[in-house]
Each structure stands twice: as C-alpha cells, then as structure tokens.
Unconditional design. Sequence first.
Length: 76
Amino acid sequence: MPREDRENPAIGALALMVMQYLEEHPDGLVDSLAMSAGEHAIAALSELGFMETVVSGRVFGRWTDAGRALCEKVCD
C-alpha cells in the first residue's frame, strides 16, 4: 500500500467514524449495523487493506494490523 494512503487525512477520518459509530464485538468483528454507510465504510477500508470484509447474514468488518495501526495513529 502506498505511504500516502496511510497518511491521507480522509482515510483517518473514515477510520474514526467507523470506530465512533459502528460497534466492535468482543470477537473483533465490527458490525455495520445493517446501515449502508457502515457497509460502504467497511468496503472502502477493506479495499485499502485496513479492514477485512466478513459477510455473515449482513456485512461485518475486521481490522487488519495496518488498520489497528491507523486507528492508533488517528487517536493520538
């Protein structure tokens, strides 16, 4: 993944929105809450390598190592 993707403020803002508005279950799954905005956010972060998409009746995501690093960076 290009370095500029990791430093793009829009990507950081999207990660913050996911952390703020979507629910992360104890098993690490991030629930889209069946909202299309949540599903699109998970899909966009998945395309960039920050999440993995998991479909189990509805769309969930799971942070990758790069995604966890991004979350730590934007929370500083």
